[in-house]
Design a protein around this ligand. Structure first.
Ligand code: TRP
Length: 330
């Protein structure tokens, strides 16, 4: 089976944007590919973070992945720092990567502006580590959202450069683009993000979700109940596309345009569907948290399975770059 790799940062509370845009797609792929899903903690330290909270967030993120259906029977769930070969390969890739290309990456420029006081080398090097994440397993496919396409293309380029210089070693990984609609924050304007206080957390209790939905921005053209709305400009409608069934989506679309139902009714339908999908996940999170040692076992076996692949690839890489002479081989 072809191999898939994807990563998620343990940076704060996972929200429904992460779930719809990434995790839910990952679950769909596990029956068709050999999948590795990784909590990328070394990526998360490229910006300021709370040291005291980091470990909790790593485990929480892994727990959510498993609770969403990425169980160890069906795929590998791992933590990046548990497999040091990721960073080892990144160093070698550093040596085939022109600095100028990293400086031109969109995310680097954007994060560089946001974290003006901490533009560290790791932030610049972020895409190289990401390429190593993928290529240390020779993964051919990488399911990501639109914002990560440039990074995956960059990893193709690294593979090409390495292969050209040292001989064919790596595949050129391809993007599997998440076709999910892009959910904005509850303000209806910015990207959903915990730091902007506009996120609906995957683990928010139903009453909290309802309160956030109830007060969430809708289509700005619909000031009054009798005004016809424009679902294509409404973030609540986008959420319907992510959580509601096709006939319900058609129903709210029509009813909104004709002012048949009001925004609150529309949100109630959405809330019911969201609750139906999220509550079972939340229950599984509680079950996992209630089984002492279970998650640690999942991550330990995940690391072992990753390590088996990664050591082999690193051996090959060292041979190819001339660091490990044949007479030293076991
Ligand atoms: N940069 C990705 C993000 O922020 C996370 C990531 C790290 C990743 N390594 C990866 C995604 C490898 C796919 C493949 O979403």
């Amino acid at each position: 089976m072809d191999r898939i790799f994807s990563g998620i940062q343990p940076s704060g509370e996972i929200h429904i944007g992460n779930y719809v845009g990434a995790i839910r797609n990952w679950v769909k792929l596990i029956d068709h590919y050999d999948c590795i899903y990784c909590v990328v903690d070394y990526h998360a330290i490229t910006v300021e973070y709370d040291v005291a909270l980091m470990q909790k967030r790593i485990l929480e993120t892994a727990t959510i992945l498993v609770a969403c259906g990425l169980t160890p029977e069906r795929c590998i769930v791992s933590v990046q720092s548990h497999i040091p070969e990721h960073t080892e390969l990144a160093w070698i890739f550093n040596c085939v990567t022109p600095v100028g290309e990293l400086e031109r990456m969109t995310q680097f420029k954007e994060k560089g502006r946001r974290h003006r006081h901490n533009v560290n080398v790791g932030l610049l090097d972020y895409p190289v580590l990401q390429a190593a994440d993928i290529l240390i397993y020779k993964a051919g496919y990488v399911p990501v959202g639109e914002d990560q396409v440039q990074h995956v293309e960059f990893s193709r380029e690294i593979a090409r450069k390495f292969n050209a210089r040292f001989g064919k070693t790596f595949p050129e990984p391809q993007v599997i683009l998440s076709e999910a609609p892009r959910i904005l924050g509850t303000d209806g304007s910015a990207k959903m993000s915990k730091s902007l206080n506009n996120a609906i957390g995957l683990l928010d209790p139903p009453e909290v979700i309802w309160e956030k939905l109830r007060t969430a921005a809708t289509c700005e053209h619909r000031q009054r109940r009798i005004d016809p709305g424009h679902p294509e400009h409404c973030n609540i409608f986008t959420m319907h596309q992510a959580f509601s069934k096709p006939d319900q989506i058609a129903f709210v679309d029509e009813q909104c345009r004709t002012a048949g139902i009001g925004c609150i009714e529309c949100k109630e339908i959405l809330f019911k569907n969201m609750r139906e999908e999220l509550v079972p996940i939340q229950t599984r999170v509680q079950e996992i948290n209630g089984k002492p040692g279970y998650l640690i076992d999942v991550l330990r076996s995940g690391a072992a399975r990753c390590k088996a692949i990664a050591t082999e690839v690193m051996d090959e890489v060292r041979q190819k770059i001339g660091i490990k002479p044949a007479w030293l081989s076991p």
